[in-house]
Design a protein around this ligand. Structure first.
Ligand SMILES: [Cu+2]
Length: 223
């Protein structure tokens, strides 16, 4: 009985911590679950540990902890991008390195990314760019960033990175280019970046944590 309860509790905990983790290219800093609702997982400053990344024919790897999710990747050519406007073009449209798509499945997800094919102004061999992954698995939009130096002399993914897809991943459905992507409501700098959506989700997470604590309390009382 007690083991069953502990297993149940562990399942609850993993459900509460469900988000996504960018594995490759490496994100700006260690994964911080609470901060993932804010710009670049709240790593507002550019890093010096840029990944030399293929200008064409690259791959990215992430792990999803949500069963059904939407992903898009935006790109900035600003040397030190610290807000969402830095990822837009002269017409204030987001510069998409990967158009929004929906797929399902928890676990690893590895897919091709061809940055040069996006035809973004200023993107060429040797460019320093930042890409930001925007993931929505139903508990708010989540953000992680990677600082890159693009190279025409490399392709694929490093041999020490396992580019695998979990078997539960179903097909990928890209949204047609005419369809508006999920709303990105955060426009301020990372220091003060919050949106009404994010704030609401943060409260929801706190609420679930509260429920968890009371469940834990009940279990301890039973023990
Ligand atoms: Cu989540």
């Amino acid at each position: 009985m007690r083991f069953t309860s502990i297993a149940f509790l562990a399942a609850l905990v993993s459900a509460v911590s469900a988000h996504f983790h960018l594995q490759y290219p490496g994100p700006r800093g260690p994964f911080n679950m609470e901060n993932e609702l804010t710009f670049c997982d709240n790593y507002g400053q550019v890093t010096t540990n840029r990944t030399v990344f293929p200008l064409s024919n690259g791959y990215y790897l992430l792990t999803s902890e949500h069963p059904l999710w939407t992903l898009g990747v935006i790109i900035s050519t600003v040397p030190d991008p610290d807000n969402f406007a830095n990822f837009t073009d002269s017409k204030s449209n987001y510069q998409m390195a990967v158009n929004y798509f929906e797929t399902s499945g928890e676990g690893s997800f590895c897919a091709p990314i061809d940055i040069s094919a996006a035809n973004i102004a200023g993107v060429q061999d040797g460019s320093n760019v930042t890409i930001q992954f925007i993931f929505d698995g139903g508990d708010g939009e989540l953000y992680q960033c990677a600082d890159l130096t693009l190279s025409a002399n490399t392709s694929g993914i490093p041999s020490d990175v396992s580019c695998t897809n979990s078997t539960s991943n179903a097909g990928v459905t890209y949204f047609s280019s005419g369809v508006a992507p999920p709303t990105i409501s955060v426009t301020s700098s990372s220091a003060s970046a919050t949106s009404t959506t994010s704030a609401a989700d943060a409260k929801a997470v706190v609420g679930v944590s509260g429920i968890l604590l009371s469940v834990l309390g009940s279990l301890l009382a039973l023990a």
